[in-house]
Design a protein around this ligand. Structure first.
Ligand SMILES: [Zn+2]
Length: 484
């Protein structure tokens, strides 16, 4: 067995040895730049780097490049001797590519020169393309080397990286760099909050700056989705001072982005949580059956007929259809509740209730063995964490196409829906005014309507459990939906 593996490795290394020699030989004689230093065409050396760039996006090649050929040392040397920004861009791009994979990311982050050069370029380069690749490298290192992040941060913070990234955001005319800088800031805030301990004012200014531009700036779709997930996260974590007006503005912007890019898979996924916007959600892998179903559901929704949209498409698997919608409603409710968290506090809502007569008590048979009264925000937190745990459990919600669902799948789904309903009930009974002030009522109603049609279509709840919102159900769904 090991023989075969060795042979494969040798084969692969030899298959790229020509390309690597084309990089190595000019490097050894310090002759990588062309005679015409300002030539807009790629030099011979740069063409070789392009080939390495392409291959380095494939995991097997990234391993060979880093573990066997030490390509990171080659590109570091190239950066140190070149006078061309194109060469720098390609070199940083190669590092960013290999940093996409955990094992190769760890090798290069352990090389101090990589983080030193990264810090130097981010604070010193004036070229947009070089900076975009450098920030991409930084994000990939932060994502893939979480246990090493202190090293990265120690290296980069000596260059006051945060101020530099803020500088890009405020000053660049390059939308790609703007988007990249905001995405990097978002990742830094969520992965290393301690960096921002005495940066409250900077964060507030940044939030203000973005909010003030939501109406006026025409962002590209990539930037829009980065921005929306960023501001929602800021609001969600209470990291910044914000007004009702801000939330309302963000909400409108979210709706606009959602509406404009509904047909764009990438954006929809990012806004809906593929980028871990609201809470970490298991990704529905692209090209799988579930992903296709999710698209199908979105397109049908676009038609505006919610009652039709919930029906199981012909020939599709019921459990996959249920799974896709469970993800979706979880995210919707998470977002709806997220916008009223400042109103739903332990002081104002000391119990989880739906009107004066209905109280929900939490029980999970782990930490809460008996039904226990907890405050509404605590209850919602427990509830959402529990659902997230189910969604992330591969034995309950398999991510692979064809993997079996558990026997009790439908009863788990029913429990999830019953619990999600309680969040709608609490919002409607206790926070409708806040929702109205935020101009979010139409969205709440649409979301609830969709949810209830789905519940009816697949008989996911008992009528008795719907009682707290009996009137609302008839109002929103129509007269034929009367609970008796
Ligand atoms: Zn509340």
């Amino acid at each position: 067995m090991s023989y075969t593996q060795d042979e494969d490795a040798t084969l692969a290394l030899s298959s790229v040895s020509g390309i690597l020699l084309n990089v190595l030989i000019p490097l050894q004689s310090n002759a990588i730049d062309p005679v015409d230093i300002d030539s807009p065409e790629d030099s011979e050396f740069e063409k070789s780097l392009c080939a390495v760039w392409d291959l380095s996006s494939i995991h097997d090649y990234a391993r060979i490049f880093i573990n066997e050929a030490q390509v990171h040392r080659m590109v570091l040397k190239a950066i140190s001797i070149t006078q061309r920004v194109r060469t720098e861009e390609l070199a940083m791009g190669i590092l960013a590519n290999v940093a996409c994979f955990e094992d190769t990311a760890i090798v290069i982050v352990n090389d101090e020169d990589v983080t030193t050069v990264l810090g130097r370029i981010i604070t010193g380069s004036a070229d947009g393309r070089v900076l975009v690749e450098s920030l991409r490298l930084l994000r990939n290192l932060l994502t893939n080397c979480s246990n090493k992040y202190r090293i990265i941060v120690a290296d980069i913070s000596s260059y006051s990286i945060i101020n530099q990234i803020l500088f890009f955001i405020y000053n660049t005319m390059n939308t790609e760099l703007l988007s990249s800088a905001i995405g990097t800031m978002k990742l830094l805030i969520s992965t290393q909050p301690e960096l921002f301990n005495n940066k409250q004012e900077e964060l507030n200014n940044l939030f203000r700056w973005i909010c003030d531009r939501l109406d006026s700036l025409e962002f590209t779709k990539e930037t829009s989705s980065t921005i929306i997930s960023f501001v929602i996260e800021l609001v969600d974590t209470d990291a910044i001072e914000h007004t009702k007006d801000d939330v309302s503005k963000i909400f409108k912007y979210y709706e606009k982005v959602r509406h404009e890019f509904l047909d764009d898979e990438e954006i929809t996924n990012m806004v809906k949580g593929k980028d871990k916007t609201f809470r970490a959600r298991k990704q529905v892998p692209e090209k799988t059956h579930q992903h296709r179903l999710q698209r199908y559901a979105e397109v049908t929704l676009g038609s505006g007929n919610l009652k039709l949209a919930v029906q199981l498409p012909e020939g599709e698997d019921l459990r996959e259809w249920l799974a896709v919608h469970t993800y979706d409603f979880y995210n919707q409710i998470n977002m709806l509740y997220g916008i009223i968290t400042e109103y739903c506090t332990p002081q104002r809502c000391p119990v989880m209730s739906a009107g004066a007569r209905v109280e929900y008590r939490w029980q999970d048979n782990k930490h809460y063995k008996k039904p226990t009264t907890v405050s509404a925000p605590h209850y919602v937190d427990l509830l959402m964490n529990w659902i997230q745990g189910q969604l992330e459990d591969n034995d309950v919600f398999p991510s692979q196409l064809g993997a079996p669902f558990p026997k009790n799948f439908s009863s788990i789904v029913k429990t999830i829906f019953r619990r999600l309903f309680r969040v709608y009930a609490h919002i409607y009974c206790h926070h409708l005014e806040a929702i109205q002030q935020l101009n979010a009522e139409p969205h709440l109603n649409t979301s609830f309507k969709h949810f209830m049609y789905f519940v009816y279509e697949f008989k996911l709840m008992d009528k008795s459990e719907m009682q707290p919102l009996a009137e609302k159900i008839t109002n929103v769904l129509g007269d034929e939906y009367v609970l008796t």
